[in-house]
Design a protein around this ligand. Structure first.
Ligand code: CO
Length: 151
């Protein structure tokens, strides 16, 4: 390769889009939305327990999400998602459900599916997700092909 990309060159790695949400932030938004859905509220202590990290780390991330306009956080009252936070959380939930649905065609154990989806969901591009969405719809409409794949 004749490419002369220096690792120190500021052009070597494009900066992340300001709209992009980090994998960690996505995990938080996913948990917060799930907690609000099941319990009606999300507290730092609950998120810390679910993600198995310290409350101090959770507070730092939640404050960052607040600064990014995704969460409204009040120290002693917990947090709610803003409209923008809701939109990101809905996108995350859709992606999670789609990938889960796809893997279920192969009758993999549920715990394996959950673990793998949690890993894959943050690293998949919009283009690939769209392709897998078409594949999922196709398999859903063609049970005979699903049966063949399972053999
Ligand atoms: Co997920």
């Amino acid at each position: 390769m004749s490419e002369s990309t220096s690792p120190t060159s500021p052009d070597a790695v494009p900066p992340p889009s300001p709209r992009a949400t980090s994998a960690a932030a996505e995990d938080y938004l996913e948990r917060i939305a799930a907690l609000i859905k099941t319990k009606g509220y999300a507290r730092v202590v609950d998120i810390a327990a679910e993600l198995k990290i310290s409350q101090a780390s959770v507070t730092t991330m939640v404050q960052r999400l607040d600064a990014d306009g995704l969460v409204k956080y009040e120290k002693y009252r917990g947090m709610v998602l803003t409209d923008a936070g809701e939109a990101v959380a809905a996108r995350i939930a859709h992606r999670h459900e789609l990938l889960t649905q796809l893997l279920r065609f192969f009758e993999l154990p549920e715990d394996v599916i959950f673990r793998d989806v949690e890993g894959m969901e943050h690293h998949i591009s919009g283009e690939t997700l769209e392709a897998l969405e078409r594949l999922t719809r196709y398999l859903d409409a063609h049970p005979a092909i699903v049966a063949q794949l399972r053999r």
